[in-house]
Design a protein around this ligand. Structure first.
Ligand code: NAD
Length: 332
């Protein structure tokens, strides 16, 4: 039995593929390489194609013995989702519908879904728990919530079991040094800070230093990408054991402020990292931190790479060896 990983040439997807391969799984990767990179796929069978293409999906499910899908393929830029929501409904929501319909046609009954903290919107309490209110404040989060709800109704009608993993900020790179984070455009704090350390950016912008937090900057939850990858693999195991569908937060329960991240990066890199304080961005909550008690208890998730310095160290090692990422679009 094998696993289909959609978006498996992307950042978190490629680390999950590595995790699956380490456990001897047969893996098929479906990625249209819109953001993904061929070089990020360390093994398995890479199919270059789109989740909205029924023919490609039918072909994969016919040719390969797949019993579970891990679904990463999506667009995930908050700003872009606000200026072009149609793109997000089309790729994320319609793409997921296309995938679930294909799974149903081929009798594939398990899906692990990469969801997001953006489904919560402004949190009602910290740490956020899975039962908390979900009122996304951007179109990206809204599409992810719609995808979760779609899976609920496909379970109701077709008995496709799902695990939805809601996470915050993936960070770090694989211990082999072969794969790491390379988004285009890059919007995540840690790679932006490290690009500044490398001199590829003049400064790192900090949006607001007057929040009601200890140092005035926003606090966010960071999880090492390999710990996230392990959670996806554990979620497949949970469903294979006959576990029930569910939604799980993957957070470190603690969080780090923007200033703490920059300070840790200065320590790890030994570089200066100039900062420019800018105005707050609309819709940025002061603190976003999740409890992952449920994932620990029910999935047996035990993240082991949770020291901020270690996360940054692994990302720094990747960035130093790949200052231009995987080499940009031309290298695909
Ligand atoms: N990076 C984070 O911190 C973070 C946090 C929360 C949730 N997520 C979610 O995790 C998932 C992976 O995030 P990432 O950072 O690895 O992003 P990524 O862009 O690196 O990976 C997504 C992959 O999906 C592929 N893809 C997109 N649309 C496709 C389509 N229609 N058909 C086939 N392939 C398609 C892209 O080419 C890319 O390789 C996303 O769904 C994202 O919403 C990410």
């Amino acid at each position: 039995m094998g696993v289909l990983v959609t978006g498996g040439a992307g950042y978190i997807g490629s680390h999950t593929v590595a995790s699956l391969l380490e456990r001897g799984e047969e893996v098929v990767i479906l990625d249209n390489l819109y953001q993904g990179h061929r070089e990020a796929v360390l093994g398995g069978t890479l199919v270059e194609g789109d989740i909205r293409d029924t023919g490609v999906l039918d072909d994969i499910f016919t040719k390969h013995s797949i019993d579970a899908v891990i679904h990463f393929a999506a667009n995930s830029l908050v700003g872009e989702s606000m200026s072009n929501p149609g793109k997000y409904y089309e790729n994320n929501v319609y793409g997921t519908l296309s995938l679930l319909e294909a799974m149903n046609r081929h009798g594939v009954k398990k899906i692990v879904f990469s969801s997001t903290a953006a489904t919560y919107g402004e949190p009602e309490r910290i740490p956020i728990e899975e039962s908390d209110r979900t009122e996304p404040t951007n179109a990206y989060g809204e599409t992810k919530l719609a995808m979760e709800k779609m899976m609920k109704w496909f379970e109701h009608a077709h008995d496709i079991k799902y695990v939805s993993l809601r996470y915050f900020n993936a960070a770090g790179a694989h211990e082999s040094g072969k794969i790491g984070e390379d988004h285009n455009p890059e919007t995540h704090l840690i790679p932006l800070v490290l690009q500044t350390a490398l001199g590829k950016r003049k400064h790192i912008s900090v949006f607001g230093d007057d929040y009601s937090t200890a140092d005035g900057t926003c606090i966010r939850d960071y999880i090492h990408v390999s710990d996230l990858a392990d959670a996806h693999v554990l979620a497949v195991a949970h469903l294979r054991r006959g576990g029930t569908s569910g939604i799980y937060n993957l957070g470190n329960g603690q969080g780090f402020s923007v200033k703490e991240v920059i300070e840790a990066a200065r320590k790890v890199t030994g570089r200066e990292i100039p900062v420019q304080i800018e105005a707050r961005r609309a819709g940025d909550p002061a603190v976003l931190v999740a409890s992952s008690k449920k994932a620990r208890e029910e999935l047996g998730w035990n993240p082991s790479r949770d020291r901020l310095e270690d996360i940054i160290e692994s990302a720094w090692s990747w960035h130093q060896h790949h200052p231009d990422g995987y080499g940009g679009k031309d290298n695909k």
